[in-house]
Design a protein around this ligand. Structure first.
Ligand SMILES: [Zn+2]
Length: 346
């Protein structure tokens, strides 16, 4: 099997206040998923903490110093975002897991890698913690891939929330294509369709806001009809996935109607796109996903596709074939109007 999983039992030790959606039990769910895949033949490894040099490619020295100053303490960083005594250490471990996933696929030790981590990362901006996130795990991984000589990196973020931190990190960088689908209007409020990057990075940020209530078929429409052709045209050397599962129908935060089979469909399209241009190299980094049984089911469905299991391609067909596509068609049309300035034949 060509799937490598990077995770740690330590991820359950980042404490949030009682009742917080980003709860320690999410770490236990990730461990159970990793145990299952270890039995099925995947390689499961422990990460090392990201180094100051790796973090400094994305985050400012002031931000890193402020986060380091929370070590050993419980601090409220914003109304949603909290540290516990060990959080600084565990946040660096999460970023390190994403880096380890990139190293594994670039070194040829695996074709696909999954970093099952918490705290999540995509809301963390270069200079601030936000939305449960202290360090931007996927952005640190992307910067690491660039540093290792990958000329172009694609990041696809299907979390129900906009990946504002990742966008902020790379909005002016044409080497990183940032693609985000997200519920709209919704937290954090950024990610309008006409927000397409700045300066040299104009045209390399692709936002697809989608009305609440979107189904597997709506997401299929957006991915198949718009995003995968666009990613293929960008021709990345690696595809990173900000894999948030809070667009699941049962998720307590999101207002979307995705299923585990729908997530398998998205992952199948991502691996197919990577096979065309990125030497099949896909690294998934977890973000949100707050209904634990749905998180487990969606992770397992995604990992089955990444592991190349024959059954994984079939289960997506019913949702992809049926159901309403109106929200997806409308969202893709809005984004296409903007992005056709930069990309051919969308
Ligand atoms: Zn989210």
């Amino acid at each position: 099997m060509s799937l490598l999983i990077v995770t740690s039992g330590e991820f359950a030790l980042h404490q949030t206040p009682p009742g917080h959606a980003e709860c320690p039990e999410r770490g236990d769910t990730m461990q159970a998923v990793a145990d299952l895949w270890r039995e099925r033949g995947a390689v499961v490894v422990e990460p090392a903490p990201a180094t100051a040099g790796q973090l400094g490619r994305v985050h400012t020295a002031e931000h890193l110093a402020a986060m380091a100053a929370t070590a050993g303490r419980a601090v409220m960083l914003d109304p949603d975002t909290f540290t516990s005594p060990r959080t600084w250490e565990i946040a660096r471990l999460a970023a390190g897991a994403a880096v380890a996933g990139v190293d594994a696929v670039l070194d040829g030790r695996a074709t696909t890698a999954a970093a099952l981590v918490r705290p999540p990362g995509h809301h963390a901006e270069p200079a601030r913690a936000m939305g449960f996130c202290l360090l931007n795990n996927v952005a640190v991984a992307a910067a690491h891939a660039l540093e290792r000589g990958v000329p172009r990196v694609a990041i696809v973020d299907f979390d129900v929330h906009h990946g504002n931190g990742t966008q902020e990190a790379f909005k002016a960088d044409p080497r990183v294509l940032f693609v985000s689908t997200h519920q709209w209007p919704y937290y954090p409020g950024s990610g309008a369709a006409d927000d397409a990057g700045v300066g040299d990075g104009e045209g390399f940020t692709v936002n697809v806001p989608i009305e609440a209530g979107a189904t597997d078929a709506d997401y299929d429409e957006v991915f198949r009809g718009l995003l995968m052709p666009l990613v293929a045209q960008f021709d990345p050397g690696i595809v990173l996935v900000s894999a948030g599962y809070d667009a699941h129908d049962l998720d307590p935060l999101g207002g979307m109607c995705m299923t585990a089979a729908g997530y398998a469909n998205l992952m199948r399209q991502l691996t197919a796109a990577a096979a065309q241009c990125a030497g099949r190299r896909v690294v998934m980094v977890t973000e949100g996903g707050y209904h634990l049984p749905s998180l487990a089911a969606s992770l397992n469905a995604s990992l089955a596709v990444m592991a190349g299991e024959p059954a994984a391609g079939r289960e997506d067909r019913p949702p992809a074939a049926g159901g309403s596509r109106e929200r997806g068609v409308a969202a893709a049309a809005r984004a296409r109007r903007i992005q056709s300035r930069y990309w051919r034949g969308l």
